[in-house]
Write a protein that binds this ligand. Sequence first.
Ligand code: CA
Ligand code: CA
Length: 367
Amino acid sequence: MKHVAFAAAGVATLLSAAHATNIISPGDFAIAVNPNLNASASATPTASEVVSKLFDGIGTSKYLNTGGTGTGFIATPTSPFALQSFTMTTGGDAPDRDPTRYEIYGTNSAISSANQSAGTGEAWTLISSGPISLPATRGAVSSVVPVANATSYSSYKVVFPTNAGSNLVQVAEFSGFANPAGTGASAFLNATALAIDAPVSASRHPVAENPAAAINGIISTSDKYLNFGKDNSGLIVTPSSGASIAQTMTIWTGGDNLSFPGRSPTSYILFGTNDAISSYDNSTGTAENWSFIAGGNLAAPSGNLASYQAVFPNSTAYTSYKVLFPTIVGGSDSLAIAEFTLDTVPEPAAATLAGLLGLGMILRRRK
Ligand SMILES: [Ca+2]
Ligand SMILES: [Ca+2]
């Protein structure tokens, strides 16, 4: 597959192909990131699928929010309690609207946030967060999620930072319990509730067009990584080959770049870290300590599956890399690339071509 790509890239790249070593392997850990926060933060429940449907005790009535990821709720139960576990009941359709992560906060302040606001009118304490895998079955109650918490709060805020791919988020019932086993009646039954849309990362990608597609070695019109977060979208990759010194980055434009030319990156910033990665897919990618390696403008080619490179000095080995693309060509709905590699050897423009010129001079001298 690389041969196809390098042929499209022209002579300069072809010269270097034999020397370059991609430190990334297909299937390596890769997540989509964007440090930008979602711009609108406007929670919009549908007219009948309002937030109170989460707490009516009816598994067939749901809360549906067209604000998508980042939406959630603030619930004030009839009595304060120490939340120690929760369950969620899936909506009656559309599994791609199911949350795939949660954040739970508590407060004992009076609630001053407005309905459908960002829910930041109070001082909140993060109690628990993490991934959640809801049942594929519709209208089904999830397994009990324990929460390590001994503090009683008068209100709770729950945010769903990611979902299964839809631009909508829905949950039929959210039940909270003052015991870790999820037994008894939900303490949230008939809670007073507000719909909210908290600021979360702008990163969002179609299920199939995920960052794994950018490092799978496949350069084809039917395979790309696309991020609706547009500018500043990028990815974090942890090469399974271990710590490595990246000195060249190569990008291939998407297979429909001629139809969507605005999707190609026109600048980059590359960071490295030796921290374990705790950022998650479609997050801000800021949970680790990152060292700046290189950055600059990129001349994006206009064709489909066309490659372009950045060569930069770097002598430090890192176990993970983060690349952000601060700008894209513009005018499109998303950032898209077909493939992305990081190579260990400086590329060719400087090193190889200078070497060839030097060789030419030596040959001339010998004549
Ligand atoms: Ca309900
Ligand atoms: Ca690919």
